[in-house]
Design a protein around this ligand. Structure first.
Ligand code: ADP
Length: 278
């Protein structure tokens, strides 16, 4: 699985990435973490990044792309990865496309965590308070002033990626205002549907392949018939993905309907209502 998590600071990318690491056994590649490590180590990359990060700006594309290109080469990234905080600009996304193309690798999904901006400052303040109470070092850029700059950078430079990945039929949007558990479940559903669709496509390819000898067997449809996320679900997921892709870059975007569910669950309905009231 190769996944990108997209969302503003405080949207929950890091939290969800860690859960995906547990579940899929793939690595989390957080450019923020890598750059902080470089700053701490005083490496050439760290020296270039230090002041920019502290002020809430974006580190130059060539620096981050270099960092990611090296990291993707590592053996632990072979099975797949979750990109958290990268790409953050259109040139970075283009560089990633080139990188993956060169390696004949496919990007499975871009999951956008959509949140109300008004909730972000509170979330970051809570994170800071929790870190302090655990005696951990607080990030220098986790102040209200710098957060405002980070959000501005997100809006002008990163948000265009929503359109970029929509056009490429990769974008799936999840309501990041739900609880952590609900967001995890939603992402899990999306990824299960993508896996089922992939399994179906692979089975189709296998059955289309001409038999090498007279003893060809019909391929088993693994992951489609037996899986709870069946063929119809895979189709729905593809449809949902396309639906998401058609969304305009600006204006209100509805979260993608849970793939594999005909109607929203009662709980989900209640949640929508609650959000509506709020
Ligand atoms: P957050 O998503 O909460 O803003 P991160 O830990 O992802 O925090 O990033 C912290 C800082 O690191 C950013 O504000 C930026 O300066 C730098 N950074 C991280 N990833 C990138 C990137 N892909 N391109 C440019 N700068 C980056």
């Amino acid at each position: 699985m190769r996944i990108i998590l997209l969302g503003p600071p405080g949207s929950g990318k890091g939290t969800q990435a860690q859960r995906l690491v547990q579940r899929y056994g793939i690595v989390q590649l957080s450019t923020g973490e890598m750059l902080r490590a470089a700053v701490a180590a005083g490496s050439p990359v760290g020296l270039r990044a230090k002041d920019i990060m502290a002020s809430g700006g974006l580190v130059p594309d060539d620096v981050v792309v270099g960092v990611i290109a090296d990291r993707i080469e590592q053996p632990d990234a072979k099975k797949g990865f979750i990109l958290d905080g990268f790409p953050r600009t259109v040139p970075q996304a283009e560089a990633l496309d080139d990188l993956l193309k060169h390696k004949h690798l496919k990007l499975d999904a871009v999951i956008e965590l959509r949140v109300n901006e008004s909730a972000l400052l509170q979330r970051v303040e809570t994170r800071v308070a929790e870190m302090r109470s655990r005696g951990e070092e607080v990030r220098v850029d986790d102040t209200p002033e710098v957060l405002t700059k980070r959000l501005a950078a997100y809006r002008s430079l990163t948000e265009p990626l929503i359109h970029y990945y929509s056009e490429r039929r990769k974008l799936l949007t999840v309501d990041g205002m739900m609880t952590i558990e609900q967001v995890t479940r939603e992402i899990g559903r999306i990824l299960a549907a993508i896996e089922a669709a992939d399994a179906k496509a692979a089975a189709k390819r296998a059955s289309a392949r001409p038999a090498a000898s007279g003893t060809a067997r019909k391929p088993a449809r693994r992951g489609t018939k037996s899986s709870p996320v069946g063929r119809a679900t895979a189709k729905k997921a593809a449809k949902a993905a396309r639906k998401g892709a058609k969304r305009p870059a600006k204006g209100p975007r509805k979260p993608v309907r849970k793939p594999g569910r005909k109607a929203p669950k009662k709980g989900a309905k209640k949640l929508t209502k609650r959000r509506g009231k709020a």
